[in-house]
Design a protein around this ligand. Structure first.
Ligand code: NAD
Ligand code: GLY
Length: 368
């Protein structure tokens, strides 16, 4: 097991990465304030992993009161109605302020459980047990929690840090290949935004990573979490550097919202978004054609799309991009690449250039 620390003063926590952590009750028990636990999971993950987790906790401490809330599976259910279901469970069980919520699942379950914990009785503890690659490298770390609104992705939420993150890499063995690829988009993101050596390592190791090599995946998760932890420790509330973690997301969220939540996976939409950000950076004169081809190649090697959905238009992109959370006073702000391995946040005013970039990507993908 490797353990990292996210340094946030009194809200600091450990991120443990390794095999069979799901049954390591010893990593969780010291963090519990009381006996009441609500495990939130979904209809796909619960049959696979709920029993070993519950058993290990109850065996180690029989007096624990463990309830479960099993939500339907999918991004389409990351909404207020299903958040309400978690609150209902907590209230019906009579849970108090010393209760702990445990998120067992991917980013959807993690984001929703975190928001439920942030808001229940003005805030109770929660623990992240991420079971997808995406959630192990990104969403379980850093305390962004929330749900979608029909008009915008992740528009309702709170910053609320978990007490600990347990990333059990063995759970990735049951993850469908499409989901592994989607998670790889966020791994590639760390290389593109700030670590060229990591990008080069990913280029070399991608066949093994995508084939599910446990050792390589552990290394990739460790390096990704370290990158995220460093950035979040510096800028927890996204007043500056943390926005770089949004590379590709302004375009990606537009795709997710326009296509209907769950149609495109988050990582797939982000992959296209990172390609668009690279191409726009090329049009700004910062990246070369070869750089943009390199971005397309690694995304494709990870089994990810690089073309926007054919049904999207430039106007539909711009409509959704106008409600991005990074925008301030109506000013569009984008993460672009000054060079590969160096992302920057820009107030973006050249609308004709952006329109051209989107239009070309839709009508003539990769025709530069
Ligand atoms: P997800 O939670 O929908 O999980 C993907 C699919 O894999 C689901 O069908 C799930 O049931 C299934 N699954 C999960 N673990 C499994 C396992 N071990 N074996 C088999 N199947 C398994 O999606 P995701 O990609 O994990 O997360 C995407 C979400 O995360 C989006 O809502 C996105 O907005 C959010 N996100 C949040 C942050 C953040 O900082 N909070 C960062 C990135 C993404
Ligand atoms: N995934 C973006 C962030 O955590 O800031």
């Amino acid at each position: 097991m490797q353990s990292l620390n996210l340094d946030l003063g009194e809200r600091s926590y450990s991120i443990h990465i390794g095999t069979d952590l799901l049954t390591r009750a010893d990593l969780l028990l010291p963090l519990l304030r009381g006996k009441q636990i609500l495990i939130v999971s979904n209809t796909t993950v619960a049959p696979l992993y709920l029993e070993p987790l519950t058993q290990s906790l109850i065996t180690a401490r029989p007096e624990l009161i463990i309830h479960t809330c099993i939500l339907p599976d999918g991004e389409a259910y990351k909404d207020m109605a299903h958040l309400q279901e978690i609150w209902d469970n907590l209230l019906e069980a009579g849970f108090n302020r010393n209760a702990t919520l445990i998120a067992l699942g991917g980013g959807v379950i993690g984001d929703m459980t975190g928001f439920a914990a942030a808001s229940y009785q003005r805030g109770v503890d929660f623990i992240q047990i991420p079971t997808t690659l995406l959630s192990q490298v990104d969403s379980s770390v850093g305390g962004k929690t929330g749900v979608n609104h029909p008009l915008g992705k992740n528009m309702l939420g709170a910053f609320w840090q978990p007490r600990v993150v347990l990333a059990d890499t063995r759970t990735l063995q049951t993850l469908p290949p499409r989901e592994l690829s989607a998670g790889m988009a966020e791994v590639i993101k760390y290389g593109l935004l700030g670590n060229l050596a990591f990008l080069a390592w990913l280029e070399q190791q991608m066949p093994g990573l995508i084939a599910g090599d446990q050792q390589l995946l552990s290394q990739a998760i460790d390096r990704s979490c370290q990158c995220k932890a460093d950035i979040v420790a510096e800028d927890e509330r996204e007043s500056g550097k943390r926005a770089l973690l949004n590379l590709g997301h302004t375009f990606g969220h537009a795709i997710e919202t326009e296509m209907g939540y769950g149609e495109w996976l988050h990582g797939e939409a982000v992959a296209v978004g990172m390609w668009l950000a690279a191409d726009l950076s090329r049009r700004m004169g910062w990246l070369s054609d070869a750089d943009v081809t390199r971005v397309a190649s690694i995304l494709q090697a990870a089994g990810l799309p690089t073309h926007p959905p054919k049904t999207m238009t430039t106007d539909s992109f711009l409509k959704h991009m106008a409600v991005d959370k990074k925008n301030l006073d109506g000013q569009l702000r984008l993460i672009l690449l000054r060079q590969l391995g160096q992302a920057e946040l820009f107030d973006f005013t050249d609308l004709p250039l952006l329109r051209q970039c989107l239009n070309d990507a839709i009508t003539n993908p990769h025709g530069f």
